[in-house]
Design a protein around this ligand. Structure first.
Ligand SMILES: Nc1ncnc2c1ncn2[C@@H]1O[C@H](COP(=O)(O)OP(=O)(O)OP(=O)(O)O)[C@@H](O)[C@H]1O
Ligand SMILES: [Mg+2]
Length: 398
């Protein structure tokens, strides 16, 4: 099993530099490491000053790297998935041309990067996989895709638990809904299995975590808090905050002294709001950090050998979602730190609970026991949303 660390943050804050430094340090420990970029605007090669393409290359004995190309992965690694996807779409009456079959769901091609990472992880070659991501917006869209797509599949193609019943002509007559035909069902199931594998890997907080890179300035601090909230909402475990580009205190330079003070206030705010999450402060170097040699020096100063095991371990953790019995009903608790309580809206519909927080929506499929339940009340405190669920007309299911 590989340890996976995903780096994201606002554009230009230092994601590629910090993820590359982690990969290099990891390899220096003799751990087989893959540094992989999912950013469509790849710059890993520019940064390491070597040619890196979509195929995995050796950087040194223990370090490999690749800039993932979703189109190529789709064609070469997952032709069956593609056939299944096309089959499923045409059975639902959608007939997209070859080129725009994914425009049905914007940004869907990035799913192939996640599927490739899952496939690489399954190969068992790497101890650690370090992922350099695109800026937060795109990364959040990518990270929520597997869950979102699985949810759609469950809705329109009752896959998984009930699939065997649907495929059985006898039980089919007892089900009052019109089921998709057997081939479409089979296609949907194949896709569902792939999506489940990706989700199992990414949401396993004993091996996959997300780390947020930021700089100490207003807009970035705000975006980092929002990203943290959304990542929690989507059930990703964030176990590190990197505050980059900190300017040194230059007493004799009024311009920099002003900036120094501004930055110090934001650093204090970041340390306060992210108390409990390991934070690393990184100074602003007088020259661009670029290429393996500069990166080696950066690692010596910031990612010290004796601290490495701790740096790569999963820090903190614990359950993000939990159900408890309370009174006649159930209480579902979901961690959504820094949310504005006025922007939270919760609705329940049959087997789904929809949580809207700011601009993001997550649909949580409910356990069967809670089918048809109603939202009695909600309470938001200390970054936790507590949703009190009461039995609907038909009571709780057994
Ligand atoms: N602390 C620092 N000191 C000096 N230079 C830095 C520092 N952090 C980042 N840089 C430089 O800033 C540039 C941008 O960094 P990097 O490419 O890592 O950012 P990024 O977040 O990956 O950007 P993008 O969103 O475009 O992918 C790089 O040339 C890098 O060397
Ligand atoms: Mg980058």
């Amino acid at each position: 099993m590989s340890r996976i660390i995903i780096f994201t943050g606002k554009g230009g804050v230092g994601k590629t530099m910090i993820s590359s430094a982690h990969a290099l340090s990891s390899a220096s420990e003799g751990k087989k490491t893959l540094l992989v970029s999912t950013d469509m605007a790849h710059n890993l090669g520019d940064f390491l000053e070597m040619k890196i393409g979509s195929d995995i290359i050796h950087v040194n004995e223990y370090l490999d790297a690749a800039e993932l190309d979703p189109d190529k992965i789709m064609r070469e690694d997952f032709p069956d998935f593609m056939r299944a996807w096309q089959g499923m779409l045409s059975s639902s009456g959608v007939k997209p041309s070859e080129q725009d079959q994914f425009t049905v769901i914007p940004g869907m091609e990035s799913l192939f990067s996640l599927m490739k990472i899952t496939q690489i992880e399954e190969s068992g070659v790497y101890d650690r996989i370090i992922v350099d991501c695109a800026p937060t917006g795109e990364t959040l869209s990518m990270l929520k895709l597997p869950e979102l797509l699985s949810w759609y599949l469950e809705k329109f193609f009752p896959v998984g638990r009930v699939a065997f019943r649907i495929l059985n002509p006898v039980t089919k007559t007892f089900l009052k809904v019109e089921m998709p035909d057997k081939d479409a069902m089979y296609d949907a199931e194949k896709i569902y299995v792939e999506l489940t594998k990706v989700q199992d890997l990414l949401k396993d907080d004993s091996r996959t975590t997300v780390r947020l890179v930021c700089t100490p300035e207003k807009m970035v601090v705000e975006e980092t808090k929002r990203s943290f909230m959304y990542l929690n909402l989507y059930h990703y475990h964030v176990d590190g905050i990197y505050i980059n580009r900190i300017i040194p205190e230059l007493e004799d330079n009024e311009f920099f002294l002003k900036w120094y003070k501004i930055q110090q206030d934001y650093i204090a705010e970041l340390e306060h709001v992210f108390a409990g999450i390991p934070t690393m402060k990184l100074r602003w170097y007088p020259n661009e950090v670029k290429g393996i040699n500069a990166l080696d020096q950066f690692c010596d100063e910031n990612l010290k050998k004796e601290e490495l095991p701790e740096i790569f371990s999963v820090r903190g953790g614990g359950q993000n979602e939990s159900y408890t019995r309370c009174g006649d009903g159930y209480c579902l608790s979901v961690g959504i730190p820094f949310a504005d309580s006025d922007s939270i809206d919760v609705k329940c519909h049959d087997m789904d609970l929809t949580i809207q927080a700011g601009t993001q929506v997550r649909v949580i499929p409910l356990p069967y026991t809670l089918k048809g339940c109603i939202v009695k009340s909600t309470e938001y405190e200390d970054g936790k949303l507590k949703i009190m669920l009461a039995a609907g007309k038909e009571g709780f299911r057994i």
